[in-house]
Write a protein that binds this ligand. Structure first.
Ligand code: HEM
Length: 227
């Protein structure tokens, strides 16, 4: 292969090749071994190959190169050019312009419609306020002792001012909690005077009801006495 190339080169343009290239039989770093590298014969040529290569797509697409496609190489003392100014006219909310400016993501108010949204609680009726009320020692049960509550008894406590509900067999006085409920009084009143276990589990089973309403417990649900 090498002898063929050599004879071909001399046969074609012997006068056009002033620096007769030497043909290296196999490049020391060629791992695949299927190519032969032709060097210009200049042993002092330590210039790394230009990157991106001269006719590459990167170089064509980039405007950071000079007209002849050769990159501008700065000396150590030359300052780097400043980055181009952000195109303010083209800035869009939520889309980065590449600058360090705060993204304009919050100019649009969030959509309000939500079927099971939280309601705005009255001032002083947040979760911490409820925790403080429980700790205050105020009577939230409305009964002196735990009761056995029958379904007929339960049904009578269905008014806002006197609302009981059953969750997992335990009867709670939910009236004190109504104005603290993040889902609103109306939602909680749906279970007044009845067993709300299923609705509660379907709505937000992750809420620790036992802990939140422990101070409101009235008693246990029992069957009607047989007559
Ligand atoms: C069973 C009848 C009830 C219904 C229909 C109901 C409904 C709702 C709704 C619609 C929300 C707002 C949406 C949400 O935060 O995901 C909510 C939130 C909440 N409810 Fe209820 N609720 C009920 C009972 C209770 C009870 C008994 C408690 C506890 C004492 C409670 C505690 C909470 C809490 C802590 C949140 C906020 C949840 C969160 O931020 O993830 N709810 N409820």
């Amino acid at each position: 292969m090498a002898s063929y190339l050599r004879s071909w080169l001399y046969a074609q343009t012997p006068s056009d090749v002033p620096n007769t290239p030497s043909i290296v039989e196999s490049a020391p770093h060629d791992s695949d071994g299927d190519t032969e590298t032709i060097h210009g014969g200049d042993d002092t040529d330590d210039m790394p190959p230009s990157f991106p290569s001269v006719n590459s797509a990167q170089r064509i697409a980039s405007d950071k190169f000079t007209e002849n496609g050769i990159p501008m190489i700065l000396t150590d003392t030359q300052p780097m050019l400043p980055p181009p100014p952000p195109l303010l006219a083209q800035r869009q909310p939520g889309i980065s312009s590449g600058s360090l400016a705060v993204p304009l993501t919050t100019i649009k108010p969030p959509a309000k419609s939500s079927k099971r949204g939280k309601v705005a609680l009255a001032p002083g009726h947040g979760p911490l306020d409820w925790a403080n009320l429980k700790k205050s020692g105020q009577d939230l049960r409305g009964v002196d002792t735990f009761l056995r509550v029958t379904p007929s008894m339960l049904r009578r406590h269905n008014k806002r001012e006197d609302a009981w509900a059953v969750f997992n067999g335990k009867v709670y006085n939910i009236t004190p909690y109504l104005s603290y409920h993040p889902g609103g009084e109306r939602e909680l009143m749906r279970v007044a005077g009845r067993d709300g276990s299923k609705l509660f589990a379907l709505t937000h089973a992750w809420v620790n009801l036992d802990y939140m309403l422990d101070g409101c417990m009235v008693g246990f649900l029992t069957a009607e006495p047989s007559s």
